[in-house]
Design a protein around this ligand. Structure first.
Ligand code: PEP
Ligand code: MG
Length: 596
């Protein structure tokens, strides 16, 4: 029977495909796609682990004390039987062969399938055997983790490599931003998670993949089964499981429509973003990895406005990237942009972007208590000066190869500004002493804490430019955890307090002759384009996939007509409604009414 699950829309469009459940809440295992040439090896890995566990069961049975209850031996027999059952092992091997899953993923995928079958059993005795199956699988996973690791992931796989054309849709309780990144160039055509807010970092990475996605869908990963046919409606935040043929047809139609719309918008790619009254607007790209550079150019971005460098630091269980590795990554990003400016933000870990094996023990402590208010972003950098200077040296060296701007996240006070600048000066001296070439950089501060917006003149004195991080500015102004779906309905970019902070930041920066941009999600949401233009914003940084839609709005806007309307929006108790009323058709309809 068809069911509907509601969540939060993250990324627009429609995806239709087979559900692939990962990172089940039951067992946490690595999810890796195996290269075709290594499939047999992976299946052998699975059976080797099975044999190890079978030997363990034999040994346990052999060593049972003579007075042990007979049920224990019987239980071990049941476990052995489950372990040898082809419904487990044969099916898991099929997941490896057909879907190229690593053995751990294959086993946990099959656990999901079998667990459901047990749940549906009438006989309570058989139903309870699910717990036995889980125990057997836990042993199997432990045995796999002790043995040889899986072969290297194949990041470039497409669905066709699986011997079928059916698209796959990722369904999970939660996906860490780093794992999301590893899925970035893989097969999935849509994704759904139980948890997460619209501007959680997982959602942001998903949006950068430009595929329909829904987060905060609560029970999705327990309601959806492995291989179910599902529709993701990324506009409505809706997931439909097992749709009827008529619903399926309707969504296929919408899918074709949105593809047509995309290709229509793509034609704007190389049109300069200039308003009707001749104001030039810079549309920049937000990227996570140097490899995103060509895609940014392709989308028509005229530079990178936010390179979230922390993704180089995440998802690695070993050491953090050293200076050379970072230098190489930043240089590649700069070269990929072919002379266009690249704003690289220093590492912003913590909160919903934890680092594995982080050196600062306080961070772990903070992460548990109140991660968003803890040792995050610049606070962590200042607490780890040698790590921070390593990154600064790498950035300054990359600036030798093209225009780099360094941007600092989450600054709140003058003290932090001074410490930051001292570290930059120190890194420069270190490079000068070592004789390594480095370049000049502009320095920018992110305005994402209300304290920074309220004391902006201090920031304007020390920095060349500021960039408003609306995702955090909203979170910290409204005291709403951006990653928590339980309060997602209160996370409101239209809140007058947020709009006032943004407006005054833009106005003050412009008056001081300093650069000002918005690089949070609001910049890429066309609903806000006219308002931001009216506030005086001329530099927007967003996911490359959003550039064409925002550009379309820019091309239809007239800033001479928009600017005088901004006060009415700021004074309004319902800014969203006021905006819709005043800004329709780039403000021209209102102006026409006023003239009439
Ligand atoms: C922001 O806070 O708006 C921002 C751009 O930074 P991040 O989303 O990475 O915290
Ligand atoms: Mg931020």
């Amino acid at each position: 029977m068809s069911i509907q699950i509601f969540g939060l829309p993250v990324s627009r469009g429609v995806a239709i495909g087979r559900a692939v459940l990962v990172a089940s809440s039951r067992v946490d295992v690595p999810h890796v796609f195996i290269d075709s040439s290594l499939i047999d090896g992976e299946v052998a890995r699975l059976y080797t682990a099975r044999d190890v566990v079978a030997d363990e069961f034999e040994a346990l049975k052999r060593d049972l004390p003579a007075d042990a209850p007979a049920e224990l031996a019987a239980l071990l027999d049941v476990h052995q039987m489950l372990l040898q059952d082809e419904a487990l092992m044969g099916a898991a091997a099929d997941w490896i062969r057909q879907r190229h899953y690593n053995a751990e993923w294959a086993v946990s995928a099959q656990l999901e399938v079998l667990a459901r079958q047990f749940d549906e059993m009438e006989d309570p005795y058989i139903r309870e055997r699910k717990a036995d199956l889980e125990q057997v699988i836990e042993r199997l996973l432990r045995s796999l983790s002790r043995g040889e690791p899986s072969a290297v992931p194949d990041a470039n796989r497409t669905t066709r490599d699986f011997g079928g054309d059916e698209p796959l849709v990722l369904v999970a309780n939660d996906i860490a931003p780093a794992d999301m990144l590893s899925f970035k160039r893989s097969v999935f055509t849509g994704f759904v998670t139980d948890v997460g807010g619209k501007t959680s970092h997982t959602a942001i990475v998903a949006r950068s993949m430009d595929i329909p996605a829904v987060v905060g869908a609560r029970q999705a990963s327990s309601l959806i089964r492995q291989d179910d046919c599902i529709i993701i409606d990324g506009d409505a935040g809706l997931v439909i499981v097992d749709p009827s043929p008529i619903v399926l047809e309707e969504y296929r139609f919408r899918q074709r429509q949105s593809e047509l719309e995309r290709s229509r918008l793509a034609r704007l790619r190389h049109t300069p973003a200039v308003t009707l009254d001749g104001e030039r607007v810079e549309l920049l790209a937000n990227i996570e990895m140097p490899e995103d550079g060509p895609g940014a150019l392709e989308s028509g971005a005229v530079g990178v406005g936010l390179f979230r460098s922390e993704f180089l630091f995440m998802g690695r269980s070993d050491n953090l990237p050293d200076e050379e590795e970072q230098y190489d990554a930043y240089r590649r990003a700069v070269e990929a942009m072919k002379g266009l400016p690249v704003v690289i933000r220093t590492v912003d870990v913590g909160a919903d972007k934890p680092l594995e094996g982080m050196s600062a023990s306080e961070l772990r402590h903070e992460s548990v208590l109140n991660p968003a208010l803890g040792l995050r972003a610049i606070r962590w950098s200042l607490a780890e000066p040698s790590m921070f200077r390593r990154q600064l040296r790498a950035l300054l060296r990359a600036a030798h190869h093209g225009p780099v701007k360094i941007m600092i996240p989450m600054l709140a006070s003058q003290r932090e500004i001074r410490q930051t600048l001292d570290n930059i000066a120190h890194a420069r001296r270190q490079l000068a002493d070592s004789g390594k070439p480095f370049g000049e950089v502009e320095l920018g501060a992110m305005i994402e804490v209300p304290a920074a917006a309220l004391t902006l003149p201090v920031f304007l004195r020390y920095f060349d430019f500021v960039s408003i991080g609306t995702n955090d500015l909203i979170q910290y102004t409204l005291a709403i955890d951006r990653a928590d779906e339980a309060v997602a309905h209160l996370y409101d970019p239209w809140h007058p307090a947020v709009l006032q902070l943004m407006h005054s930041t833009i106005q003050q920066a412009r008056a001081a002759g300093k650069g000002v941009s918005v690089c949070g999600e609001m910049a890429g949401d066309p609903t806000f384009t006219e308002l931001l233009l009216a506030m005086g914003l001329r530099t927007f940084s967003m996911h490359p996939s959003q550039i064409a839609s925002v550009k379309q709005r820019v091309l239809r806007a007239d800033t001479r007509r928009l600017a005088p309307l901004v006060d009415a929006v700021l004074r309004s108790e319902e800014p969203e409604a006021t905006c819709v009323e005043l800004f329709s058709q780039g403000g021209s309809s209102h102006a026409t009414q006023m003239r009439a």
